[in-house]
Design a protein around this ligand. Structure first.
Ligand SMILES: C[S@@+](CC[C@H](N)C(=O)[O-])C[C@H]1O[C@@H](n2cnc3c(N)ncnc32)[C@H](O)[C@@H]1O
Length: 303
């Protein structure tokens, strides 16, 4: 069983008490840019904010298996802070991934418009315990004459993953309230977590997300038969995420990306084929019981 485990809690508190081990962490904290969060003040004093994230990186490092990985996402202007937080907590730098946005750049008055976010990939120790070299098959550029016979390796520039923008362009992946408003404006795309989990984990590994939001990490980890733990402070996000995990929607299915990765060697070892029938597993009694045992006074809605 690889049932995902979503916990309503503060990630630092959780990390101080847990004995769990992690093989891979995706860390997408609030960016401290005064965004509206229901359960978090996104305008901390900068030094406090970075001290806090550094402590979280330390705790995760302590709980990570040798060679395990972390992917820490941030605004590009804070890249040096991320590197410092990871370095001072023991992590070994591997890549600064540039996640280039598909929508137009954020306009600026006296500098270049901003068009990407960074994701720093680091490991516990020099050599990753797992690194799967993925191959993708992006459309040819106008400057490229011949079709690639077997795709290309993924590099540290990811320009083929569309962010979930505001408005209708975001499609049906974002979780929404009945009035159409988004539950979470920072929801990560399934395709982003798919790439990270495929690259840095094996079937049966433990994937951790200390700022789970809408549980995108858990939704993808489950489909790839990895165990997962997510921590989220906002009860509304937790409620919507639990529903999301109990009923995986067509827009959350990773199978629609399978073709894109078809040139990856041993793809089917990394991406176990799940018969859609098996999605009923997620509704097993054990899974529901585990959710109810978790901290917080949450009850699952009767379906
Ligand atoms: C940038 S969002 C993450 C979005 C996520 N990647 C997704 O796909 O939905 C950051 C999340 O951290 C949560 N958060 C803020 N402070 C927290 C804390 N101390 N412990 C746990 N979660 C926290 C916020 O409520 C928010 O949902």
């Amino acid at each position: 069983m690889n049932d995902p485990c979503l916990i309503l809690n503060d990630s630092e508190k959780y990390l101080s008490n847990t004995n769990n081990r992690f093989d891979l962490t995706f860390m997408d904290p609030p960016f401290n840019q005064n965004k509206e969060y229901r359960s978090h003040q996104d305008n901390m004093e900068a030094e406090h904010y970075w001290e806090w994230l550094k402590r979280i990186c330390e705790r995760i490092y302590e709980r990570t298996s040798p060679g395990g990985a972390i992917y820490f996402m941030q605004r590009e202007k804070n890249a040096h802070r991320v590197m410092e937080a990871l370095d001072s907590s023991g992590w070994t730098f591997q890549n600064m991934i540039v996640w280039k946005k598909k929508t137009s750049a954020v306009p600026e008055t006296f500098r270049f418009g901003k068009h990407y976010q960074v994701i720093v990939f680091a490991t516990k120790g020099k050599k990753p315990r797992v690194f799967n070299k993925l191959r993708i098959d992006p459309p040819l550029l106008v400057t490229e004459k011949y079709a690639r016979p077997n795709g290309m390796y993924v590099t540290d520039v990811w320009d083929d993953i569309r962010e979930l923008t505001s408005g209708y362009f975001a499609g049906d992946e974002p979780l929404r309230f009945p009035d159409g408003k988004r539950v979470h404006n920072q929801q990560s795309p399934i395709a982003l977590l798919l790439r990270i989990i495929l690259s840095s984990s094996k079937v049966g590994d433990m994937v951790f997300d200390p700022f789970a939001g809408t549980a995108t990490t858990l939704v993808v980890a489950y489909q790839l038969q990895r165990h997962s733990i997510g921590i989220e402070l906002d009860p509304v996000n937790v409620e919507f995420s639990r529903k999301r995990l109990l009923n995986i929607r067509p827009s959350d299915l990773i199978t629609r990306y399978l073709n894109e990765y078809r040139y990856t060697e041993n793809l089917l070892d990394l991406w176990p084929k799940i018969d859609p029938e098996n999605y009923t597993l997620i509704k097993s009694t054990a899974y529901q019981a585990a959710l109810l045992e978790q901290e917080g006074d949450y009850k699952i809605d009767e379906e």
